[in-house]
Design a protein around this ligand. Structure first.
Ligand code: FES
Length: 415
């Protein structure tokens, strides 16, 4: 039977005015153009976040106060999924690598528009997990960036990344060309309107195309005589070819990104020279517990000697001074509240102590000896060592200062 393709009138075409990047006039009103800045921002931010982690050895050094281990420890105190975090603490370093590489692949994928929807889904999941772990108690809630990132990813999860500056679109065009099919493109008119007006729409099928599925990419009303009459076989071939090309591109670009990140990490470690920071000791804990594996809370143990002035006169006994060597910090539990406390001995005989709960979202701050500051591992707030004042946000105010004195018996007391 002969094909009954309808003939639609054609008009002589005046060259269309275009904007830079071949954007149509009023491109800002089209979602795929309007969302391009957000896509580039999200992709670049995730790549930057990944490289920042990979280039910083302290992120993977469990004893550092800014390590992934410290972040998980801090979150395990306040997160609504703390029961899960406490079980995952032993895998902190592999989790850190997974996050850094995940951010890299998500960022690169979104930047170049390759498997954008899958990359955006990964970004949304990662942002939501970070929201549950490190931002949940941010106050006001919008000062925690992760919830904002989560919602910023959603348009790309739901609608994809569009066809602009997109490897996905380039592949789809190429695959379609090889199959003599039209390149897919967006039409800024609701397709339901076209279906209503064209008169060929019949329960999801197109009578003008011998009952094939109604699709905008091959719609004779939209494309006129340029509309191809393609069969189901060629539609499947396009999809197969797109999948193969997409897989090859993902492997190639992903591999290149990982190699590039490895180079950045190597250079960062070589020239950054950041020596792994030492972790906090536990005040009053046995000597073997200090150093590499801090625990969430360690109540002060009974010190070796309690002779001399009574403990009640000096304050609450914390532990021996030797647990806080000069230039180092130790953690303790504040008896009155159960909160974590931190005491630092920057110079011999001087003790600076604080409630270690970060005023931003409740993570536990640590002593960053290299910079002589107290630092929060969750969102990077920094506090002055001698006053506890905020040096760098997002913490809205400084740490609560405590008074710790050295007793004549060689122990520290909390006033
Ligand atoms: S909890 Fe956000 S900076 Fe400390």
């Amino acid at each position: 039977m002969a094909s009954t393709r309808p003939v639609f009138p054609t008009r002589s075409r005046v060259p269309e005015r275009r904007l830079p990047l071949n954007a149509p006039v009023r491109a800002w009103a089209l979602s795929e153009w309007a969302l391009l800045p957000l896509r580039i921002f999200l992709g670049a931010t995730f790549v930057y976040a990944s490289l920042q982690k990979l280039a910083n050895p302290n992120f993977f050094h469990v004893a550092s106060p800014i390590s992934i281990q410290a972040q998980m420890l801090a979150s395990s105190r306040v997160s609504p999924i703390r029961f899960l975090l406490s079980h995952l603490l032993r895998f902190a370093v592999p989790i850190g690598w997974s996050i850094a590489l995940g951010e890299l692949l998500i960022g690169v994928g979104v930047l170049v528009g390759l498997w954008t929807r899958a990359a955006a889904l990964g970004g949304a999941i990662l942002s939501f997990v970070l929201f549950l772990t490190v931002s949940f108690h941010a106050s006001p809630y919008f000062t925690g960036a992760d919830i904002v990132f989560f919602f910023a990813w959603l348009p790309f999860v739901l609608a994809g990344g569009g066809t602009r500056l997109s490897v996905d679109a380039w592949i789809a065009t190429r695959a379609a060309k090889a199959e003599a099919a039209p390149a897919p493109g967006l039409v800024p008119v609701p397709f339901a309107t076209i279906q209503q007006l064209c008169g060929h729409f019949n329960r999801g099928r197109c009578n003008a195309r011998e009952g094939l599925r109604c699709e905008a990419a091959v719609c004779p009303v939209l494309l006129g005589p340029r509309a191809p009459f393609i069969s189901r076989v060629s539609i499947d071939a396009v999809e197969r070819r797109s999948l193969v090309l997409g897989t090859a591109a993902a492997a190639m670009i992903g591999g290149t990104a990982v190699l590039g990140a490895a180079a950045v990490a190597g250079v960062g470690r070589a020239i950054g020279g950041a020596k792994p920071a030492s972790g906090p000791n536990q005040l009053g804990a046995p000597a073997s517990s200090s150093g590499t594996t801090p625990s969430t809370s360690t109540p002060a143990s009974t010190p070796a000697s309690t002779s001399g002035p009574s403990a009640s006169a000096l304050g609450t006994l914390l532990g021996p001074v030797k647990d806080v060597p000069v230039g180092q910090a130790a953690q303790f539990q504040i008896p009155s509240s159960g909160d974590p406390g931190i005491v630092v001995q920057p110079v011999k005989g001087q003790f600076e102590a604080y409630n270690a709960v970060c005023p931003h979202a409740g993570c536990t701050v640590g002593y960053y000896a290299a910079n002589q500051v107290l630092a929060c591992p969750c969102h990077g707030s920094e506090f002055q060592l001698t006053t506890g004042a905020v040096l760098m946000g997002p913490a809205p105010h400084g740490l609560t200062k405590l008074t710790v004195v050295e007793g004549p018996d060689g122990n520290l007391y909390l006033k």
